[in-house]
Design a binder for this molecule. Sequence first.
Ligand SMILES: Cc1cc2nc3c(=O)[nH]c(=O)nc-3n(C[C@H](O)[C@H](O)[C@H](O)COP(=O)(O)O)c2cc1C
Length: 221
Amino acid sequence: MRFAEIVLAGMLACEAACLAGQAPELRLPAPQRDGKVSLERCLATRRSVRAYRDDALKLAELSQLLWAAQGITGGERLRTAPSAGALYPLEVYVLAGSVEGLAAGIYKYRPERHELVRVAQEDRRRALAEAALGQQFIAQAPAVFVIAGVYERTARRYGDRAPRYVHIEVGHAGQNICLQAVALGLGSVTVGAFRDPEVKRVVGLADDESPLYIIPVGRPR
Ligand SMILES: Cc1cc2nc3c(=O)[nH]c(=O)nc-3n(C[C@H](O)[C@H](O)[C@H](O)COP(=O)(O)O)c2cc1C
């Protein structure tokens, strides 16, 4: 009985927080595991896209892109992209500016639950564009992915080879986002030119998270 009361109190507290818009976690719609556009077409037509229409992204599109980057596909932990020793050193953030059903802000992706956790409430895309040497298309994309790497996670097993492995892995995840974007009729560009400490501060990365890639995504103009 006591246990039931505690559970009920917890549920009510959670519901109240959700209603007040305070719940930091957001379950994403389930990703599609099949689609109408062939892999060959995605490969043949992918181009860097740096100009986006004003339209918002759908939450289902954001969900699909996150899943493509690091979603769980095998058992409880294996993911869409390969990882040395299945150690998964990458963390994916999204700066949402214009996504239907998602307040503007910065979110961290939790692959295990296919959910987002809000880590900041402001729209910081302009600050991110400045940190990326003033590349303004970053501020104009409805959603901007930032992929960070935790080198220590891989170094514990692979020592000096960790930076190499983590950099290879961010390439896998980045390419997955780019190809998934094409399959959804969206455009993306991979950005590597930025000042690391500034990106770290703007996104609010943890001390051990190093920013590796910025990938704005939107509907091609
Ligand atoms: C590691 C890496 C870093 C890149 N950095 C930037 C960048 O900072 N800004 C940018 O506009 N494009 C950047 N690009 C995109 C390249 O300019 C683009 O891929 C190249 O011109 C080939 O064009 P495509 O992607 O349309 O095939 C980068 C690409 C890679 C792989």
